[in-house]
Every structure is written in C-alpha cells, then in structure tokens.
Design a protein around this ligand. Structure first.
Ligand code: BG6
Length: 494
C-alpha cells in the first residue's frame, strides 16, 4: 500500500499491529523498566498488542523468565493483578553478552521457537535501549547472524530496529554511524526515536496548522513578531552524569527535541500526510535555518551551568558541560525572513514547562487613546507541550464593568478536559508506530545530518562562549534575558 493510501485507510481508526516479537536490548535498564514496559503494558490493556505477540527482554543480568517478570512487576502500577500477570506471561528473558555471537544464536532460536509455536508471521522489532556506543557492535552481530534480513517477497515478515538518541555527537560521527547502519539495513527498517514527537501536543501542531483556515494566513513574518520555544526542567542531572558530561544540553535537547518542535511549527505544508512527505518538509526547514555567525556567537547564543552541578555525583569538579542553552535562530525563507526564533532549554530551572509561543506583532494603529498600539500586550498563541497539555490564545478584550477598560484575556483548551483525553504516553505512541511500520514520527537519516550540519560548527566553537552559572530554581543565566532585551523583547515567564 502506498503511504498516502495507508493514511486514507487508517485515519482515525485504531490500527492493531500484526503479531510479532519485540526484542528489547538493555531490558534491565532504567528506560526499559520506567518507560518501555509500562508503555507496552498500557498498550496491552488497550488491546493494542496482538494476542500472539511476544516481548523478549535481553541484558547481561542473569534473570530467569520469572525473575525478570518479578523485576518488572513493581513498574506496572495500573490495572488488576490478573492483567499484570497476563501481560507478564507475554514476556520472556534471554540473558547474554552482546559481544558474543552465541548469544544472538540463542536469541534467534528463542524467537524461532516462539514463532513456530504460534504459526504466525515472524515480524521482529529490535529496540536498542542502551548507550549509542553499543549500537554498531550489536547491529553488526544481528546482521552477521542473518537477523536483519528480510525476504523481498511482498508481505514478507519485517525486521525493524528502534534506536534511541544520541545519533552521533557531531556531523562526522553521525555520518559514520549512519553509514554503519545502512551497511546492514535499509532506511525503512530504522526507527530513530525522538520521544517529543510521540507527545500528542507536538503532533497537534500539524493538525492546528494544516486542518484550520484561521492560522495559515497569519503564520508568517507579516503578522508574527517572534517565536519562543522553551523546554525547561526543574530536575538536575540526577543519576545520568556519565552520559550527560559527554553530551551537555545542546546535544541532549537542542539537536533533537527543540529542533523537531521548531521544524513542525515553521515548516511548509507537506504534499500529503505520508511519513516521507511530512519528514521531507521538516528537513527542508532545518536546511533553511541560517548558520550561526561564529564571529559574533555571544550575540545569539548563551550557555550556562547551574550552581551545584559540579558537586553532583559523577560530575568533574571543573566540568564545563552546559546545562542551559538559549539561542536566537533565523530561518532564511520567504515565510520567516526577519522573524527571530528564540529557543531556551535548561535543567534546574524555576519550572517544568515545554511550550511554543507565537507572539504576534502589535496592531498598526490604536483608536483606543490613550493606549498606544505598542503598549498593548501582543496577541500570543501558546502551544503547551507539557504540563497542562493544550493551547492558549491571549488577546485584547473589553474588561467587564462600567469602565471602558481593555486587557488581555486568555482562551484555553486542555487535552485533559476532552472526553477520551486520557493520556497516551509518548513511548506508547512510538512503540505502537514502530510495530505498525509507520515512520512518520521517527527521525530520518537526512534530518539527523542537517541538524548536525547546523550545530557542529557551534560545538566546535563552544569554548569561545563564556559558561555562565545560574542559581538552581532560577530562570537561567542573566545573559539569556539580555539576549531578548537587546531586541526589545522579553522571555515569557517560566
Ligand atoms: C531526554 C533528555 O531526551 O528528554 C533528558 O535526555 C530530558 O535529559 C528529557 O530530561 C526531557 O523529556 P520530557 O519528556 O520530560 O520533557
């Protein structure tokens, strides 16, 4: 079925994945127990896992099948004990050393036996929930053991590999990883996760923009003054210093989540809602972002580190890893010429909040003397990614009462107020899509390349920028505020 027909046939229909096996490498780790297994359990409770599907956990730790089920049970917090037991009956465990070919033969035998027992097509999804440094070796072994091979027959069972970020740490390493992956499988077998794309509110950006008439006419430099993208967290580095010290905020949040939100908010309308049409428009947008002016970086980028970061367990006492970045980006195309996009993200800030705020221009003339046009609060549309998922439009209105007063009022919609607004976790969406073979919400190889093309020069000049400290619980370094003051604007409150 062509992509377009897939959507015609499946729009607003609950699509159930074909039976198959989901193999989770890194199954004893944090991501697996906190996110993946609870998401799979939720899919199971919604009847969105085929009854013959099986989940195979793999890791070094030597669990028996039952031992592994006991390890998972505390993380399945909803439903009845019977439901938990029924879900866990679908789970088995294969311990082993990822560098040992014998482990892959053993895993293949387990999968063959599971498939033979049910006499069902042997679709297999391999989920690598582990440090990216291990990807090449594991993919190599899977391939060496023929476990990624698909028959060219139509409707033959597929092999999908789901990968977690980071996809490289700069342009060259991402390219090398990509070459490696493509030497063993086709792009349509690779599912690169950015969990932000699994959030309902992020997917809603496309519906809001392309299923309504009212926004498109004003979605451009004629009406929009600037756009603010925020992803702030109150948590610090927690127990992830080993990874974070190598990554830092720019690699951890900007190269992926922030850029994905930006591209959905700013891209052109795709020719269709097919995975590749949507993804091609996103890549085109990323390619249109103006490269950083490396000679004047301090005018457009701020890097910060929260006070106390260096005392966190596992962090070097003289660490120069950033936990905050703010940047001003420009998009060089007709729609956005002259509209700054201000992005900020950081850990240990005053609030947990992810949002995209579209700030409109002032009206050209005010008849409401003595209030001048420039003194009115600008109309603002806020796409609230989390928390309080939904959107808000703030406009000017007459205030109630006998006096003739004007002020901002906010119209808001919250997903949680809608019937059926029960949250569908990002990982549920993405696991389901990987099992359905829908790549719309996964990152394509060219998108990774273009994002690194943008950020690699910045990273190479990272040390030319001062690293400013900011108090935990604050709005970030003072220079972040100055970045907007310099343009006569200010950040929205966190
Ligand atoms: C992850 C980052 O991708 O996203 C974390 O590695 C960050 O450092 C997390 O905390 C934020 O995700 P969310 O969904 O809580 O905004």
């Amino acid at each position: 079925m062509s992509d377009i027909n897939y959507y015609r046939g499946n729009f607003c229909v609950e699509v159930h994945p074909a039976p198959g096996s989901l193999v989770i490498f890194g199954a004893s780790g944090d991501l697996a127990k906190r996110k993946l297994f609870p998401a799979l359990y939720h899919l199971f409770r919604r009847n969105l896992l085929h009854e013959e599907s099986r989940i195979v956990g793999c890791a070094r730790t030597a669990y028996s099948d039952d031992g592994f089920r006991d390890h998972l049970r505390p993380f399945l917090t909803e439903g009845t004990q019977e439901q938990q037991t029924a879900f866990l009956a679908k789970v088995c465990y294969v311990p082993g050393d990822y560098s040992d070919s014998g482990f892959y033969r053993k895993l293949d035998n387990v999968l063959n036996a599971l498939e033979a027992k049910n006499d069902l097509p042997s679709n297999r999804t391999f989920y690598l929930a582990m440090p990216a440094s291990l990807y090449p070796a594991i993919i190599d072994k899977l391939s060496e053991n023929g476990m990624l091979e698909e028959s060219p027959e139509p409707d033959a069972p597929w092999r999908h590999v789901v990968l977690e970020k980071p996809f490289g740490r700069d342009f060259a390493s991402a390219e090398a990883l990509d070459r490696d992956l493509h030497s063993h499988m086709r792009e349509d077998q690779i599912y690169r996760i950015d969990h932000y794309l699994g959030k309902d509110t992020v997917q809603n950006i496309l519906m809001l923009r392309f299923a309504n008439l009212v926004f498109e006419p004003v979605w451009n430099s004629r009406y929009i003054d600037h756009v603010q993208l925020t992803a702030s967290e109150t948590l610090g580095v927690e127990n992830r210093a080993g990874y974070y010290e190598q990554a830092g905020l720019l690699r951890d949040m900007f190269q992926n989540h922030m850029l994905e939100m930006l591209s959905l908010a700013a891209m052109e309308m795709p020719a269709s809602f097919s995975p590749d049409d949507v993804r091609s428009e996103k890549v085109k947008l990323i390619k249109s972002i103006r490269p950083f002016d490396l000679k004047h970086l301090d005018k457009t980028v701020v890097r910060g580190q929260y006070e106390g970061y260096r005392a966190e367990p596992g962090v070097a006492p003289d660490s120069r890893t950033e936990t905050f970045v703010a940047a001003k980006l420009e998009i060089a195309n007709w729609r956005w010429a002259g509209v700054p996009f201000y992005l900020r993200s950081g850990k240990r800030l005053a609030a947990r909040k992810s949002e995209i705020a579209i700030v409109f221009k002032s009206i050209p003339h005010s008849i409401f003397a003595p209030i001048r046009a420039r003194d009115m609060q600008p109309d603002t549309l806020v796409l609230k990614v989390q928390p309080n998922e939904g959107m808000e439009l703030t406009i000017q209105a007459k205030q109630p009462g006998p006096k003739l007063c004007m002020g901002g009022v906010t119209m808001s919609f919250r997903y949680s107020d809608l019937p059926g607004g029960e949250s569908f976790d990002a990982y549920e969406r993405l696991l389901l899509d990987a099992m359905l073979g829908d790549q719309t919400l996964f990152i394509r190889s060219d998108s990774i390349a273009e994002s690194w093309r943008l950020f690699t020069p910045l990273l190479e000049n990272w040390e030319s920028l001062p690293l400013e400290t900011y108090p935990a619980g604050s709005d970030g370094p003072e220079s972040a505020a100055r970045l907007l003051f310099a343009d006569d604007r200010e950040w929205r409150a966190l």
